[in-house]
Design a protein around this ligand. Structure first.
Ligand SMILES: CCC(=O)SCCNC(=O)CCNC(=O)[C@H](O)C(C)(C)COP(=O)(O)OP(=O)(O)OC[C@H]1O[C@@H](n2cnc3c(N)ncnc32)[C@H](O)[C@@H]1OP(=O)(O)O
Length: 632
């Protein structure tokens, strides 16, 4: 069947389509109700199905006689370690850890936060939670204690699972003191903190709530998988929104398992037994879906990479891993390729490795620029597939579905809607736009299986964020257009969320922190273009009257504050002092105007502006600090 036939069937007969796909996984109780609605009218998939995703990821493959296949390859250039774990080995450790967690009182429906670096124990912890129906919430290690505390107070974990340290290139980052600090800052008190000691010399302050990971596993019996309902939350994953507080995206179990299995076959075109590598972090949606669950569900070997595309030790690392571990399909963010391209523009390292095993390269996490795509294609002549999805969706929404039909690539487009996604382009009034007209990217309900169930304990925010603007449609927050062939081009966020090196961050959250500086009267944080990271934040601040502080000192203090409160991952490097911010007559800061000025894009001064002369002041300030592109 062609893409057009399969796609149309998925849209016209969603129940039939997804009932067939549900047969690709094993259920304890096969669902009879395929599509229904919850009490708020939001679509639910496989309401009466029962399964366990840890069973599907591990036990099933052992029962099928594949226990000796390698499940994980842990490749850590920062500790110079390569270690392989078979499905049987992983299952034993996970089942014992799960048993240990039960002995600590954790049970189905409890929540547990996982704050760990890129090591196998992170995956074991996630799978152990899934095994006993504990809802995990992995927090990216680059977030500071304050951010961790916000998540502790929101999802109220019974336990936190952490490790003694992470390694950032050559810096040892002690995690345990950060966890202790976060618990101090939070109102909620987790009962236990399970600590995996990596024995790398990091300080591990002892607290009464601590439990040693190794001792827990060693002293526990293996525990079987606990069946859960299809809509039992598998995890909560926080993502940035337009307000300061992150949104706890809740993922179901059954729909997610079906969607991931479907994606491995029909989008990524990956066969069971092959090696699949998503070079991301377990703390992001890519990590959950494509380092852990999808490859394991599909019985693929997956790589846990503790390193960076450059500097660990150099720009050859990706190519070494691909050739050494025979990676068939790879997934990374464009920013990683840009970093490699900058270090090795002629692709000298690429020529040193046999990359004949690599069939396809997928890119996502941020908009991919043509120069990066072309460079990759020139040096590694395999299909380079840009695809688009979000934390909310959990799996791709726009892609070149290679397992169905490979379509020609158009630069700048992630190709066409994936099966199940009825994607439209609307204007502000909810009218559908014609080909090549840019507008808001929306998706007609029902979203297919695997998409978020809601925002953790916040139905009102769930509705307001995604469904209140256009009744019956999911508002993605991205802008874009469709061409006459149905190819979709995503042009970027339409709100104040920015994407820094593939990390989705909220400028509103950064503004709250910048505004808390004792000398700042008011501020605006905007995302501006950056050659390497795609976007970086820029803070424009108005200082309080009669404040005598050197620009450099204020900048350093604000940068430090942001790193302490949110984390280094924000990459805030520049603070510009301005006398006023451009506002509408009703007092709203004109952030889009600021962005356009800084990016050197064409801009029109909105008629609602309070005082036009501020524009000149901003241009002068940006010139003074040499910030911005092109025309500054
Ligand atoms: C499709 C659905 C989705 O969008 S899911 C999200 C997909 N996004 C991704 O996969 C992210 C892709 N990006 C990356 O993997 C990294 O940015 C790559 C390309 C590897 C570059 O890493 P790096 O050189 O560290 O730059 P960065 O901008 O990520 O980091 C900025 C500063 O933050 C720090 N940082 C980063 N990670 C951690 C961590 N786990 N623990 C502690 N600190 C961390 C970095 O060290 C860096 O710090 P500094 O500013 O140099 O002091």
């Amino acid at each position: 069947m062609t893409y057009k036939e399969i796609y149309e069937e998925s849209i016209e007969q969603p129940e039939k389509f997804w009932a067939e796909q549900a047969d690709a996984i094993e259920w304890y109780n096969k669902p009879e109700t395929i599509l229904s609605k919850d009490e708020n009218g939001y679509p639910l998939w496989y309401k009466d199905g029962e399964l366990n995703i840890c069973y599907l990821a591990l036990d099933k493959h052992i029962q099928d006689g594949c226990g000796d296949q390698v499940a994980f390859i842990y490749d850590s250039p920062v500790t110079q370690t390569v270690k392989k774990y078979t499905f049987s080995e992983v299952k034993t450790e996970v089942a014992k850890l799960a048993g240990g967690m039960q002995s600590l009182g954790l049970k189905k429906g409890d929540t547990a936060i996982i704050y760990m670096p890129m090591i196998p124990q992170t995956a074991f912890a996630m799978l152990a939670c899934a095994r006993i129906g504990v809802i995990h919430s992995v927090v990216f290690g680059g977030f500071a204690p304050h951010e961790l505390a916000i998540r502790i107070d929101d999802c109220k974990p019974r336990a936190i699972i952490t490790a003694s340290s992470g390694i950032e290139v050559d810096r040892l980052i002690a995690y345990k003191p950060l966890v202790d600090q976060a618990i101090e800052l939070a109102s909620h008190r987790p009962k236990k903190v399970i600590v995996f000691n990596r024995k790398l010399g990091a300080r591990i302050p002892f607290k009464k709530y601590d439990v040693d990971y190794d001792a827990l596993v060693y002293g526990s019996e293996e525990t079987p998988c606990v069946p859960v309902n299809s809509n039992h939350p598998l995890y909560i994953l926080y993502t940035s929104g337009t307000t300061g507080k992150p949104k706890g995206i809740v993922r179901d179990t059954g729909g997610y398992a079906v969607a991931l299995k479907f994606s491995m076959k029909y989008i990524y075109n990956v066969k069971e037994g092959e090696t699949f590598w998503a070079a991301s972090d377990m703390g992001w949606a890519v990590g959950h879906s494509y380092i852990l669950y999808a490859p394991l569900l599909n019985r693929n070997t997956t790589i846990i990479f503790e390193g960076k595309p450059i500097k660990t030790p150099d720009a050859s690392t990706f190519w070494r891993i691909i050739s050494e571990h025979k990676v068939g399909t790879m997934f990374t963010a464009p920013t990683a390729i840009r970093a490699i391209k900058k270090e090795d523009p002629d692709g000298t390292f690429i020529k040193q490795y046999d990359l004949s095993c690599l069939k396809n390269q997928f890119l996502a996490g941020e908009r991919c620029d043509n120069a990066t795509l072309e460079w990759y294609q020139q040096h590694i002549p395999i299909p380079v597939i840009d695809h688009w999805w979000q934390t909310e969706s959990g799996w791709p929404m726009i892609a070149n579905s290679l397992g169905i039909e490979k379509m020609p690539v158009k630069f700048g487009s992630a190709t066409k809607a994936v099966c199940g996604y009825d994607i439209r382009i609307f204007n502000e009034n909810g009218d559908e736009l014609s080909a090549n007209e840019e507008g808001l990217v929306v998706i007609k309900l029902p979203l297919p299986p695997g998409n978020m169930l809601g925002i953790w304990e916040n139905e009102a925010r769930f509705k307001a964020s995604y469904f209140s603007k256009f009744d019956g449609y999911y508002l993605s927050g991205d802008g874009g257009y469709k061409d006459e062939d149905g190819y979709i081009f995503i042009t970027g966020r339409t709100d104040d969320v920015i994407n820094v090196a593939g990390h989705r961050l909220s400028t509103a959250e950064m503004e709250e922190v910048v505004a808390s500086h004792r000398f700042v009267a008011e501020c605006a944080v905007i995302g501006i273009q950056d050659d390497l990271k795609g976007q970086i934040p820029l803070a424009l601040v108005v200082t309080k009257l009669d404040i005598a502080i050197e620009h450099y000192q204020l900048e350093q203090e604000i940068i430090k504050l942001i790193r302490q409160q949110i984390g280094a991952v924000t990459s805030l490097r520049n603070v510009v002092i301005v006398t006023r911010l451009p506002k509408t007559r009703s007092g709203k800061t004109l952030r889009k105007l600021l962005r356009n000025i800084a990016d050197g894009a064409e801009f029109q001064i909105p008629s609602t502006i309070d005082d036009e002369s501020i524009v000149e002041e901003i241009i002068t300030a940006l010139k003074k600090y040499k910030i911005g592109i092109n025309n500054i």
